[in-house]
Write a protein that binds this ligand. Sequence first.
Ligand code: G
Ligand code: G
Ligand code: MN
Ligand code: NA
Length: 254
Amino acid sequence: SSIEARLKRALSQGGLVLHYQPVIDMKSRRLTSVEALLRLTTEDGKLLGPDQFVPIAESAGLIAPLGEWVAAEACRQHEEWRRQGLPPVTIAINVSPLQFRQRGFATRLTDIILDSTVEPGRIEVEVTESTLMDNLEDAVEILERIRSCGIRIALDDFGTGYSSLSRLSHLPLDKLKVDQSFVRRLDTDRASRAITGAIITLGRTLNLEVVGEGIESELALDYLQEHGCNQAQGFFISRPLAASIFAEWYRARF
Ligand code: G
Ligand code: G
Ligand code: MN
Ligand code: NA
């Protein structure tokens, strides 16, 4: 496809960018981390989101190089922000299920981060519940290898998969991200409020940081805070921002 050609060209000649969405601490309202969100630029200067090209990357055998580009670019950006005098920023990167299952994934990821000057604890890897549950034993081993280097692990889109409490307690995790679908319905749906409350309790019981994402209203933010959620992410706090815009956002706040 033309997107596949575009992607190949982007991987060798440029055209991929990361945008960064702030995640803040509920109590202090200060930055805790950013989530790196991948975009592909088109010839006419538009940006395509991952939903439009990650599946193509997967079927074209390009997901490993794409994921490696993301990890390397996050490290490069971290270093650039440091040089600009910003305090160190923790950056979360997303990993697709197929990427996670590729042979050598953990080694390549940890090599990229350990070869940079970034402290591994400043990088967080986001994996979804379904990524892990396909083959839990292998997944735990992969996560442990990543985490033993000091890299943090977040379970993304939590609540939509089917992990039991006991399975969850065996995963080496630092953070749970409440799926946006519940958060977005907090204002209107009693069941979503109950599920969100239960997820927060679950995460806190397992000593995990709990992030509410997809927060679009003050009401949702307040509900999450009142129920013990530690961190907040969503358009109500900030949209994903280009790197230079994020730097301005952060400078105005620390
Ligand atoms: O940023 P946006 O809302 O368009 O992201 C849509 C989806 O793409 C989300 O599920 C997000 O996790 C995923 N995504 C964002 N950046 C990356 C990336 O760098 N790699 C992979 N595999 N998925 C990503
Ligand atoms: O699956 P994952 O959680 O990685 O998805 C991240 C995606 O969610 C990004 O594409 C980002 O643009 C989007 N996103 C972040 N905050 C909000 C929000 O408050 N509302 C909506 N609709 N999307 C959001
Ligand atoms: Mn994510
Ligand atoms: Na998510």
